[in-house]
Design a protein around this ligand. Structure first.
Ligand code: HEC
Ligand code: HEC
Ligand code: HEC
Ligand code: HEC
Length: 148
């Protein structure tokens, strides 16, 4: 009981502490990468990071829904890349170090739970359902592999 209460209080404090940032506020891949440099470097070598090169001009809203990070087509895209937050969720509210160390608090503030195959497949299929090159798509394929 006592530990649950303590945890509850910690979560409340965390939520109040970031009252300035809402669940839908974006921080950008560079900010995530400042604490996760290995994932950043690995991701930068993937097509997800390089999709900007596909477009001579800023892509139309209907393209940005898959080729960008943000709220397109309903709202603005924050970057023409499939950035960290396109998969992990808008992060301004959960990216503080103490919150990141507390998975329950981070998830309450918008960090997506991608730990199950089902959640992971659902994520990929938001963008990969139709577009195929006739090759099988594997949702379990690593998206930013890092050496241990
Ligand atoms: C101030 C440093 C910091 C920033 C900024 C930061 N993180 Fe983290 N992150 C951590 C720490 C610390 C952990 C927990 C320890 C670990 O696993 O490395 C963590 C854990 C994670 C995890 C693993 C969660 C789990 O399942 O246990 C993910 C995913 C993650 N961060 C994504 C992000 C994303 C996306 C962003 C940008 C929106 C971000 N982080 C920004 C420090 C940070
Ligand atoms: C927000 C949309 C979005 C999500 C979510 C997403 N992707 Fe992608 N993915 C793309 C786009 C767009 C491209 C093509 C980028 C380009 O080539 O310009 C791509 C490209 C790829 C490629 C390279 C394909 C090739 O032919 O070179 C792989 C592999 C891939 N994604 C795997 C995944 C996996 C695995 C997941 C889920 C864990 C995932 N993606 C989630 C949008 C997304
Ligand atoms: C295409 C989707 C996608 C993108 C883009 C993406 N991630 Fe991930 N990330 C995942 C998935 C899926 C996992 C595995 C989650 C699990 O097993 O719980 C993961 C795991 C992680 C982890 C946990 C440790 C690890 O390496 O498995 C961290 C930290 C992380 N991502 C940070 C980032 C950062 C930082 C960026 C941007 C530079 C980023 N991710 C971009 C899908 C993505
Ligand atoms: C539903 C999500 C989605 C939408 C919407 C979308 N794309 Fe894509 N696109 C993808 C994915 C995923 C890939 C990479 C995987 C693949 O090629 O199978 C891709 C690949 C591409 C490629 C590389 C094709 C190749 O053969 O290498 C181009 C160019 C492209 N898209 C342009 C566009 C344009 C232009 C629009 C808007 C008219 C658009 N896309 C809308 C998901 C989408």
């Amino acid at each position: 009981m006592a530990s649950r209460l303590a945890f509850g209080l910690a979560l409340c404090a965390a939520l109040i502490g970031v009252a300035g940032a809402a669940r839908r506020d974006w921080t950008g891949s560079a900010a995530c990468g400042s604490c996760h440099p290995k994932q950043l470097a690995s991701w930068q070598a993937t097509r997800h990071a390089m999709t900007r090169d596909r477009f001579a001009e800023r892509p139309a809203g209907k393209c940005l829904s898959c080729h960008a990070t943000g709220e397109a087509p309903a709202g603005p895209a924050v970057a023409v890349e499939v950035g960290c937050e396109a998969c992990h969720g808008a992060g301004a509210a959960y990216a503080a170090d103490d919150l990141m160390r507390n998975k329950v608090a981070a998830q309450a503030l918008g960090l997506a739970d991608l730990s199950t195959p089902k959640a992971r497949t659902a994520l990929c299929m938001q963008c990969h359902a139709r577009a195929t090159k006739g090759e099988p798509f594997d949702p379990a394929a690593p998206v930013h592999p890092v050496k241990p």
